[in-house]
Each structure stands twice: as structure tokens, then as C-alpha cells.
Ligand binder design. Structure first.
Ligand SMILES: C=CC1=C(C)c2cc3[nH]c(cc4nc(cc5[nH]c(cc1n2)c(C)c5CCC(=O)O)C(CCC(=O)O)=C4C)c(C)c3C=C
Ligand SMILES: [Fe+2]
Ligand SMILES: [Fe+2]
Length: 353
């Protein structure tokens, strides 16, 4: 289960940021090895405060373990041919790091593995970065040379995922009076992307939009909705409209009720618990808007079942000869010039050999 991870405790914030700013797939910096520790050190106090304010750390490891254990148990029932199943967590910036997990898998004698991204929608900067790291570890022999790999690289319109999000929206909507419920705006909010990444053909914006569209279809277009973008960092141009600006605009339009919907991450983190729940909710209240947030997928049984279904479908596709990767996987961003991306895709397409 590939993801970025987050600091489980406040003192781990610095190392998280240092690893994050050292990742050239996420943030290409000149003199990266030199600049990354400097930027990380400068940003640590403000981000530490945010993790303190949300209860002392990121819950992502706890939720990912919960989801993974639930998925593995379901897989034993749904796909006994490949039982027993075990979920390993491989984070990019905090423990358990890809490197540590790779060694653990080797020690366990794993012979068949699925690199299962936990980002629903594909971006070169997120899933791409995790696959590049796994490729480096795999080719360095950290996982074991004889492991057969396949890849689940995106699943943003899977009906089970869409159902889980839709159910959480319905719960949030039910907190508004029946008489005004249908006027409530569903404001889908996803982590933004620098325009430089969008403009090289990264599919993330398109895939997040497709998720939103599928959720609205499932809800029968019961409410007005918009997709907006949050958490941009630094002075460069990022994908907009920004979530905070959208709330101001909705207030100007006389809207009084909003459901905020996180759509690009599977568990709570500072974007939901700090930015949405503390910052934007307070801003909205000042603007005279009542806000409820759709809960993150966290411990949703519908979502755990969706993960298992995605894996079963993938195992069947592998067996029926559709190959170890999706058809989308082979198509790199037209503007991607990252040499590791190219090598990684070839390596996984051969089953990681
Ligand atoms: C699908 C989710 C995410 C995408 C896409 C994404 C792209 C992206 N992010 C940065 C820069 C930073 N991201 C930071 C933290 C962070 N990012 C995501 C998710 C996505 N990022 C998460 C879940 C987190 C963890 C923080 C949290 O919310 O718990 C940070 C560090 C925090 C900070 O310093 O503000 C940076 C920096 C870029 C440049 C980028 C696309 C290229
Ligand atoms: Fe790439
Ligand atoms: Fe980010």
C-alpha cells in the first residue's frame, strides 16, 4: 500500500519534511540535497504546530493499517487461490519507508506482490514518486530478485470508492434541515498541483474531476457542486480556484450551506483536520455559511470492501492475460522527461524482473 505518509508524532515532522523536500519527483529543486534540509528546517515550526493542533500527529498509518488488514482478510475469502494475503505499508516520507518495507517483504520470503497505490487518482508527483522509489529498491535487490510484481496505479472511478464517498456526503447532508438540504453546495476539495505539472500533461486534475463526476452521478445530481483546490505551497502558480476563495465567492452568491468533501486522499491528515475543519470552517462561519464536512474514508467498511474488490479484479486481469499493469500505466505524461519514470514503467511492465 503506497502512500506519502505523515508524521505519527510531532517530533517526526522535521524528518517528514526533509524527506518530502528531498523528493525530486514531487518538488524538483536546484541543489536539492543542499536546499531540502534548509527549507525543511524553516518550515518545521509552523507544520509542527498544525500537527499539534490536530491531536499530536497524522493518523494516516493507523488508518492505512486498518484498511490493509481489512482488505487482506476479505481477499482470503474473495480470492482464495492466492491466499494467504498480507498488507504491507510503504510510505515515501516517514516510517515505514519503502526501503524498510522492502526488506521486511524479503525477510518474509514474498514471491508475488501488488504495488497498490493508495492515491485514488494518478499524479507523477505522488503515485509516480512512490513507484519510482519502489523500482529503485527493487532493482537494488532490497525486495528480492525473484518477486513477481504487478501494479494498481489508479482507481478514482471505482464504484466501491465512489459509493463510500457518496455515503459520507449523504451523512453530512443529513445534518442540514430537510427544507433547505437541496440548496446545499457540495464543495469537493483536493490538494492542488503546480501549473508546471498540470502543463506537462499530468492526469491528476482530469482524474480528480472524473471522481467528482462519478460521485455526482451516484447522488443523482441532487445538489449543486464545484471542484476546488487546496494546500498550495510557495509562490509559483497552482491549479485553482482555491478552496478559501470559493467559500468567499459562494457567500457573495448568497449561499448559506456547504458540505466540504475531501476527494483525493483516503484518510484524515492536516488538510482535512486542520485546513478544512479548523481554518476553512472558521472562515465559512464568519462569512455566514454553515459547513459540515464529509468524513474521510478512514474506517469505512464500504471503502475497505472497495479496496479488496479492486485487488480481486486486478488479480483476475493478471490471470486472464491483460497483463500486470493497466493500459493507462504505459502512457507517460506527454511532457514527462523523468528518466526514472521511463525505466520504472518498463520494469513493472515486465513484472518487476
Ligand atoms: C493527492 C494528494 C496530493 C498531491 C497531488 C500533492 C502534490 C504536491 N504536494 C506538494 C507539496 C507539499 N505537500 C505537502 C504535504 C502533503 N501533501 C499531501 C497530498 C498531496 N500532495 C498530503 C496528504 C500532505 C501531508 C500533509 C498533511 O496534509 O497531513 C507538503 C508539506 C507540508 C507543507 O510544508 O505545507 C508540501 C511542501 C507539491 C509540490 C505537489 C505537487 C507537485
Ligand atoms: Fe513522470
Ligand atoms: Fe502535497
Amino acid at each position: 500500500m503506497l502512500n506519502m505518509g505523515g508524521p505519527a508524532t510531532v517530533p517526526e515532522t522535521h524528518d517528514f519534511l526533509k524527506n518530502l523536500f528531498s523528493d525530486g519527483d514531487l518538488i524538483p529543486l536546484p541543489f536539492q540535497r543542499f536546499l531540502a534540509p534548509i527549507i525543511a528546517r524553516r518550515r518545521t515550526p509552523s507544520i509542527e504546530k498544525q500537527y499539534t493542533d490536530i491531536g499530536g500527529g497524522s493518523p494516516i498509518l493507523r488508518y492505512t493499517k486498518f484498511q490493509g488488514e481489512g482488505m487482506a482478510k476479505l481477499l482470503d475469502e474473495l480470492h482464495p487461490e492466492t491466499a494467504p494475503h498480507k498488507a504491507y505499508v510503504a510510505f515515501r516520507y516517514v516510517r515505514p519507508l519503502t526501503e524498510q518495507t522492502a526488506r521486511e517483504m524479503k525477510a518474509d520470503g514474498v514471491k508475488r506482490a501488488i504495488a497498490f497505490t493508495q492515491y485514488p487518482q494518478y499524479s507523477c508527483s505522488t503515485t509516480g514518486s512512490s513507484l519510482n522509489e519502489l523500482f529503485r529498491r527493487g532493482t537494488a535487490g532490497d525486495v528480492g530478485e525473484d518477486v513477481q510484481w504487478s501494479v494498481i496505479d489508479r482507481w478514482g472511478t471505482h464504484p466501491g470508492f465512489i459509493e463510500a464517498v457518496a455515503q459520507n456526503i449523504e451523512i453530512a447532508l443529513s445534518k442540514f434541515p430537510t427544507s433547505t438540504r437541496k440548496d446545499t453546495v457540495l464543495l469537493f476539495s483536493a490538494h492542488s498541483l503546480p501549473m508546471s505539472v498540470v502543463n506537462r500533461g499530468d492526469p491528476y486534475i482530469l482524474e480528480v474531476s472524473a471522481s467528482v463526476s462519478a460521485v455526482m452521478d451516484r447522488l443523482g445530481h441532487s445538489n449543486p457542486f464545484r471542484l476546488v483546490w487546496q494546500s498550495q505551497v510557495g509562490p509559483s502558480a497552482w491549479m485553482g480556484m482555491q478552496t478559501g476563495e470559493a467559500l468567499k465567492g459562494l457567500a457573495r452568491l448568497g449561499k448559506k450551506q456547504v458540505v466540504l468533501v475531501p476527494i483525493a486522499f483516503t484518510s484524515d491528515h492536516i488538510e482535512t483536520l486542520y485546513e478544512l475543519d479548523l481554518e476553512y470552517a472558521a472562515e465559512a462561519r464568519e462569512l455566514g455559511i454553515e459547513v459540515h464536512r464529509a468524513e474521510s474514508l478512514n474506517e469505512s467498511p464500504v471503502f475497505v470492501r472497495a479496496l479488496a474488490d479492486i485487488a480481486v479484479q486486478h488479480l483476475r486481469d493478471c490471470k486472464s492475460g491483460k497483463g500486470p499493469v493497466s493500459t493507462q500505466f504505459g502512457l507517460r505524461c506527454p511532457g514527462c522527461t523523468n528518466a526514472t519514470c521511463a525505466k520504472q514503467k518498463e520494469w513493472f511492465a515486465r513484472g518487476g524482473r
